[in-house]
Design a protein around this ligand. Structure first.
Ligand SMILES: Nc1nc2c(c(=O)[nH]1)N[C@H]1C(S)=C(S)[C@@H](COP(=O)(O)OP(=O)(O)OC[C@H]3O[C@@H](n4cnc5c(=O)[nH]c(N)nc54)[C@H](O)[C@@H]3O)O[C@H]1N2
Ligand SMILES: Nc1nc2c(c(=O)[nH]1)N[C@H]1C(S)=C(S)[C@@H](COP(=O)(O)OP(=O)(O)OC[C@H]3O[C@@H](n4cnc5c(=O)[nH]c(N)nc54)[C@H](O)[C@@H]3O)O[C@H]1N2
Ligand code: SF4
Ligand SMILES: [Mo]
Length: 713
């Protein structure tokens, strides 16, 4: 029998923004490596031993028989494995043919969430979009955090200058529409949130949550207030109003526009906000006073206030609260990070932009060179010059993750050609002509470019691949490299314009340099003067200390000042005032939810995460069930302007009366997809109900607060 050795290997979980350091037990034998255990790494200076159920399931993805390991090509409804060179050639030819015939914009691109969690996709993905030169570029950003990035761009001069609550030194954190107990934090890398919260409370600090559902986070908070979906703008503006009315503002010297903001919020009284939001006027006033009075405090808003009709106003107002109370850039307040590899300062990611061009069909603004994904189906289904006829998706499942996903699925079925770079054959990728599957996360090196830059502590960690890549597989960066090289070659052949020798050499070098080598170069030039070699010597990660004040130096605005009076926001305030009104008696508003053991639309085929009680039910308040003559446990029909679904309902007082909740990322079982587990229940997709017409001024989808009716099915 062949010799087997067992090792403990340092790794990282890339499944959410908490980027927990993990220790894996790996059995190495000539037959291959096998992960037999995963636990949190107590020596990790950021995650301090934390791990959640998804982290322990990390290796399940690697061994999942459903996961694709070789490129597959669809012929009719049948899939055939093909070789890599043939697959790349097929993908490049299919996309380039459409561009040759119909122009560059005829190929659309959709970039999904896991791109941000893969080093190789971060370093090489943009080269593919660059090679395609299509204005029809879309991503999960516009069903998520676009308002927050836009506001960061406007206020601080860079889309990723996102301040994070310095929870470890805070005495008050106020959370609007976030559920870190389930999500583990977002645009706030805060691994081990439960312990950090307990520490805050032990110090006498408080957590306050505003959410239409009594969430896992609300349960452990010191205060929870129900807020009617979509009305946070009123609450937040009334808090800003209170700061002015009670003379509680103390903005830094580098803040402009304060007087104009004072005037703009003058009419947003706590009484009016209470009438539309359901949050008591006294609570609103007290929250504003508490924030202003605390020595160290931060307001924070996430998905729930980002994906709603006034997401940009909410994102702005959350920042305004921190700025006006003097808690921005102050220890224990909302702070900027000092990452060892500085994606902002080192120019890796652009500062962003907005409205420099608009979409063809619905005249919607671009943001950072992407159009709102809520209009992707329109661009496919509306004939004319510039119609999207082919699509490339990279780690995304927009059929389940974007509003009116069902219609998008129909549009995908009608495309001339589609390529997916993805690990799975799912609701979206089943429409592809060819699927290019990268290696799994355990097979690749990782340095987190994005989330180390959004973390509650400055640390740096490089984790080499845990297991050897399986034979004949390619990393995502290699797939992206090959697509980019092929597409550029085809463009040059079509236009007859060959790049000069130098330009060509530069491009080749850029594309053929591995992500690890790139990270090394960037670390060496970065502010902490680290290197991959230095980090390999500290496999737990290097601790660079707590967050430090960075303003005004860190600002990327041209005058190094913050202009709080942003026209894009202030121009919307009249509409906030006129469109928000007290609820109608029988109103039902639909919101989403996340569960600790879900991972957006995927990982429903690991048994570890799906066993136990199904969790895709519609949650509804008992009084709303009773008034409709509905029974707990029954299958009900939920209808919106866009569509309807039939799903089991569960009575709970954890949702506010007038609010119903469905998780996103369900609705599995489409023909041809592979999903071995899912607890035998596919659930329904909330995005068959969400409305692509409901958009924030940024172009972000308003996925929360969707008017629905619920009836017997
Ligand atoms: N109604 C409603 N809709 C929502 C949300 C909500 O709260 N409510 N949340 C929104 C949010 S925040 C987001 S981020 C989006 C997510 O939207 P998407 O990014 O479109 O969806 P995911 O479910 O994250 O899909 C990830 C895909 O990437 C694949 N994948 C996983 N790892 C890798 C990898 O390493 N490489 C490659 N190439 N592929 C990989 C998976 O197989 C899967 O197909 O959904 C949004 N949609
Ligand atoms: N376990 C798990 N963790 C995840 C993910 C996952 O799918 N599963 N996804 C990851 C991703 S891509 C992201 S972006 C993050 C998201 O991270 P979070 O934003 O922390 O997660 P959500 O659970 O979507 O929290 C949104 C909260 O807003 C509430 N809400 C809905 N509508 C409103 C409203 O109108 N006003 C207010 N005040 N609240 C509202 C919801 O009830 C919910 O509690 O999570 C990440 N982490
Ligand atoms: S919280 Fe869970 S899913 Fe997120 S990084 Fe940590 S172990 Fe992974
Ligand atoms: Mo997200």
């Amino acid at each position: 029998m062949a010799a087997t050795s067992t090792e403990t290997v340092h790794g990282v979980c890339n499944l959410c923004e908490a980027i927990c350091g993990v220790l894996l037990t790996v059995e190495r034998s000539p037959e291959g490596d096998r992960v037999t255990g995963i636990k949190g790494n107590p020596e990790d200076p950021l995650s301090r031993g934390h791990i959640c159920p998804k982290g322990t399931a990390l290796a399940d993805i690697h061994t999942d028989p459903d996961r694709l390991r070789k490129p597959i090509r669809r012929v009719g409804s049948e899939w055939h494995e093909i070789g890599w060179d043939e697959a790349i050639e097929l993908a490049v030819t299919g996309l380039a043919d459409v561009q040759d015939e119909h122009g560059d914009d005829a190929v659309g691109v959709y970039l999904g969430n896991p791109n941000v969690h893969s080093l190789g996709a971060m370093t090489h993905g943009s080269q593919v979009t660059k090679a395609l030169r299509s204005r029809n570029t879309y991503s999960a950003t516009s069903v998520d955090q676009l308002p927050q990035q836009l506001v960061a761009h406007l206020l601080y001069g860079h889309q990723l200058l996102l301040p994070v609550p310095d929870i470890d030194r805070s005495s008050l954190v106020v959370v609007f529409g976030g559920n870190p107990m389930a999500s583990n934090g977002s645009l706030w890398t805060v691994p081990d949130f439960p312990q950090r919260l307990r520490d805050l409370q032990k110090r006498g600090g408080r957590l306050v949550v505003l959410d239409p559902r009594r969430t896992e986070t609300a349960r452990v908070a010191d205060e929870h207030h129900f807020v009617r979906p979509g009305t946070d703008a009123a609450v937040l503006l009334a808090m800003v109003h209170t700061l002015f009315a009670e003379d509680l503002t103390q903005p830094a010297e580098y803040v402009d526009g304060v007087d104009r903001v004072r005037e703009a919020v003058a009419g947003f009284t706590p009484e009016w906000a209470a009438s539309v939001s359901g949050v008591d006027a006294d609570v609103i006033v007290k929250l504003a006073r508490d924030l202003a009075g605390a020595d160290a405090a931060a307001a924070y808003g996430r998905m729930g206030v980002s994906t709603q009709p006034f997401g940009t106003v909410c994102a702005w107002a959350v920042n305004a609260l921190n700025i006006l109370t003097g808690h921005l850039d102050s220890p224990g307040g909302a702070m900027f990070t000092s990452p060892a590899l500085d994606i902002i300062g080192q120019g890796l990611i652009g500062r962003g932009g907005h409205g420099r061009w608009r979409s063809r069909v619905r005249d919607l603004p671009e943001s950072s060179s992407e159009l709102p994904v809520a209009t992707l189906a329109d661009e496919m289904l509306t004939p004319g010059d510039g119609q999207v006829r082919a699509l490339l998706t990279m780690s995304g499942n927009p059929v389940l993750s974007t509003p009116d996903g069902r219609r998008l699925g129909e549009a995908l079925a009608g495309l001339d050609f589609m390529v997916a770079v993805d690990l799975y054959l799912n609701e979206t990728t089943r429409h592809a002509d060819v699927i290019l599957p990268p290696t799994s996360a355990l097979e690749r090196d990782h340095y987190d470019l994005v989330f180390q830059a959004l973390a509650v502590r400055n640390t740096a960690r490089f984790t080499p691949a845990v297991v050897e890549p399986a034979k004949g597989t390619r990393h995502d960066w290699q797939i992206m490299r090959d697509l980019a090289l092929g597409l550029v070659a085809r463009r040059e052949a079509r236009t007859g314009k060959k790049s000069g020798l130098r330009a060509r050499a530069k491009r080749e070098l850029r594309l053929r340099t591995s992500p690890t080598v790139m990270v090394d170069l960037l670390l060496r030039r970065g502010p902490a003067k680290l290197s991959v070699r230095a980090l390999k010597k500290s496999p737990n990660g290097v601790d660079l200390g707590p967050l430090e004040p960075r303003l005004p130096g860190r600002l990327k605005t041209t005058d190094k000042r913050i202009d709080l009076a942003q026209p894009m926001v202030l121009d919307v305030l009249a509409r906030v005032r006129s469109s928000l009104a007290a609820p109608a008696g029988d109103e039902l508003l639909l919101i989403g939810r996340r569960h600790q053991r879900d991972c957006n639309s995927w990982m429903h085929n690991t048994e570890r995460l799906t066993k136990g009680k199904a969790r895709h039910h519609l949650l509804m308040h008992p009084s709303d069930l009773a008034s409709r003559g509905l029974e707990d446990g029954a299958v009900v029909q939920v209808s919106s302007r866009v569509g309807k679904v039939a799903v089991e309902v569960r009575a709970t007082e954890d949702v506010m009366p007038g609010v119903v909740s469905l998780p996103h990322g369900y609705g599995h079982g489409a023909p041809g997809t592979r999903l071995s587990h899912s607890n035998g229940v596919a659930g329904v997709s909330i995005n068959d109900l969400t409305d692509p017409e409901a958009l924030d001024v940024s172009g972000n989808a308003a996925l929360n607060g969707v008017p629905v009716t619920v009836t017997t099915s």
